[in-house]
Design a binder for this molecule. Structure first.
Ligand SMILES: NC(=O)C1=CN([C@@H]2O[C@H](COP(=O)(O)OP(=O)(O)OC[C@H]3O[C@@H](n4cnc5c(N)ncnc54)[C@H](O)[C@@H]3O)[C@@H](O)[C@H]2O)C=CC1
Ligand SMILES: CC(=O)C(=O)O
Length: 318
């Protein structure tokens, strides 16, 4: 690592934001972490509480409750502010209120001289990533949504369980909207280089129909968790730390993020989840998987649902 001090500013210290801060501290990823939230007392309390864990952390992270002027020196501004889903609500139902909140936040960040990378988790994350790109005027490479990083993790976990293999040896992606129209890329899914199709065909205890059930559990995981405990946060928090590390440590890691498509996957002018190489400058390159016709049709549908929702937003009057 260079001698430069890395700074992350986190805006929104609710369930997702505070879990991210905790995970970031525990993994020793950044020298400085600034917390900002409308709820000043909560955010101040979080900064105090996290600082008291420093003697047990692997690395010295300076943490404080800050304000927008701290964004000027930030490498990454992480956005987890805004409304979350109530039971029965879809992510797309949040679009209106969270776009308004984001206009205010992103304007404040940019007016304070920010020139780094935005990392976004607030839902609907694909549309809000597009909004951040529009509101900030930053190059598309420097606006990254968490996209389907969590859905991909859920798929890898469930497949690892099903085949009784370490989830880190499962290579499979969910792409598309982080939401109800996402899709698994079965055509490229493999464990230790052997395709999922072959794993199924080679052992009689495995069944193709089970894969569909696994996917439905991935797609609907947020609903299942929200019904039980009101919100999801640990998984996405760890996914955001993974992304933060990939950026700050210039890892060139392939992660399924929401990024701007400009012709890739035959789509234009949309932020959506696809595998991409993530490094210090942000999105280094989009990985273009040769997906099959069925996957192409589902991906196209996912794009069209996002675009239809975006069309309902009057960007000049947000
Ligand atoms: N992308 C993903 O995979 C996931 C995304 N999410 C999304 O993350 C978002 C946050 O969820 P939670 O943390 O559960 O919600 P939360 O309600 O616990 O936290 C939201 C925080 O944002 C703050 N906030 C609201 N407006 C603000 C503003 N203008 N400036 C600064 N702070 C502001 C609130 O005070 C609150 O502390 C939701 O949109 C949720 O759907 C949640 C889980 C996974
Ligand atoms: C809430 C949400 O987006 C998730 O857990 O996937």
């Amino acid at each position: 690592m260079s001698d430069r001090v890395n700074r992350v500013v986190l805006i929104g210290t609710g369930f997702v934001g505070s879990s991210y801060a905790f995970a970031l501290l525990n993994q020793g990823v950044t020298e400085e972490l600034v917390l900002i939230d409308l709820n000043v007392e909560k955010s101040e309390g979080d900064a105090m509480d996290l600082n008291h864990g420093l003697p047990f952390a692997p690395f010295r992270t300076k943490i404080w409750f800050g304000d927008y002027s701290d964004c000027k020196k930030a490498d990454i501004v992480v956005l987890t502010a805004g409304a979350n889903q109530k039971p029965g609500e879809t992510r797309l139902d949040l679009v209106e209120k969270n776009t308004k909140i984001f206009q205010t936040i992103v304007t404040n960040v940019m007016e304070n001289g920010f020139n780094g990378i935005f990392l976004i988790a607030t839902n609907p994350v694909d549309i809000l990533s597009y909004a951040v790109w529009k509101f900030s005027g930053l190059p598309k490479e420097r606006v990254i949504g968490s996209g389907t990083i969590l859905d991909t993790a859920r798929l890898r976990y469930l497949l690892g369980n099903y085949f009784n293999v370490d989830t880190r040896n499962v290579h499979a992606y969910i792409i598309g909207e982080h939401g109800d129209t996402e899709l698994p890329v079965w055509s490229h899914a493999n464990i230790a280089g052997i395709s999922i199709r072959d794993w199924i065909n080679n052992k009689e205890q495995y069944k193709k129909e089970d894969l569909e059930e696994i996917f439905l559990n991935v797609r609907d995981a947020a609903y299942h968790i929200i019904e039980r405990k009101g919100a999801t946060y640990y998984g996405i928090a760890m996914g955001l730390v993974r992304l933060t590390k990939a950026i700050l440590h210039n890892e060139h890691s392939v992660l399924t993020v929401s990024t701007y498509l400009d012709g890739e996957y035959d789509q234009k002018d949309v932020f959506i989840g696809v595998p991409a190489i993530v490094a210090r400058g942000g999105i280094h390159e989009i990985v273009k998987l040769d997906i099959n016709e069925e996957e192409k049709a589902k991906f196209h549908h996912s794009v069209s649902v996002l675009k239809k929702t975006m069309d309902s937003i009057d960007w000049n009057k947000v």
